[in-house]
Write a protein that binds this ligand. Sequence first.
Ligand SMILES: Nc1nc2c(ncn2[C@@H]2O[C@H](COP(=O)(O)OP(=O)(O)OP(=O)(O)O)[C@@H](O)[C@H]2O)c(=O)[nH]1
Ligand SMILES: [Mg+2]
Length: 210
Amino acid sequence: MAKIINKTKKIHTSKEKPISSEIKITSTKFIKGVVGDDSILASDIPQIAFIGRSNVGKSSLINALTNSKISRTSSFPGRTQEINIFLINESYYLVDLPGYGFARASGLGREKIGELIDSYLFNSIYNQKRIVLIIDANVGMTERDITMYQELVHHEKDFIIVANKIDKMTQAEYHKKMTELKKLVGESRVIPFSTKKRKGIEALTDEIFS
Ligand SMILES: Nc1nc2c(ncn2[C@@H]2O[C@H](COP(=O)(O)OP(=O)(O)OP(=O)(O)O)[C@@H](O)[C@H]2O)c(=O)[nH]1
Ligand SMILES: [Mg+2]
């Protein structure tokens, strides 16, 4: 696959980039779950959206960032079926999206979920301040992840990649997988992460609020 450079990546000088997180999340509120268009998505409050394969840990990551249990998680894929919106510090929306790529017998089917995600991210007037594309560090980029990555680049979205579940790997596997990942995503920023071991939280917090 051809290497794609994320042109929207921001370059920070050491002066601009805080060494440690200056933002602390002090309040988190669930606002609502929406399926499709909703005026809340057009509000002026900046949105940070979390996207990735079903079961990759999007909801867990929102809980880790906010140090809460506000977003429902599950060991079964397909838990999140709506676009769930959380207000943090009374000033940002964290947007927890359903996962892509999982065929489920009940609830919204895979196609409908795909349409819901695409219409929010790409076919609407809605604008995200930042998108966090979460992949499973152990599995690497699946075809669906690569398609999503290419769409984000194509639509010139401001995004970063989080490689979650690094706690499940040995050091050797970690280095191998991270090298493979960097080859695929060029200069896009990748943050190694574990919601379980609470690794990468500060780096991600700095990145999404910068
Ligand atoms: N080992 C490990 N497990 C994790 C990590 N993050 C999440 N998980 C587990 O992965 C499973 C799925 O987590 P969720 O946060 O519900 O995943 P999701 O991406 O929101 O899934 P959907 O809502 O179905 O799209 C749960 O069993 C979590 O405990 C991690 O960093 N390490
Ligand atoms: Mg979820």
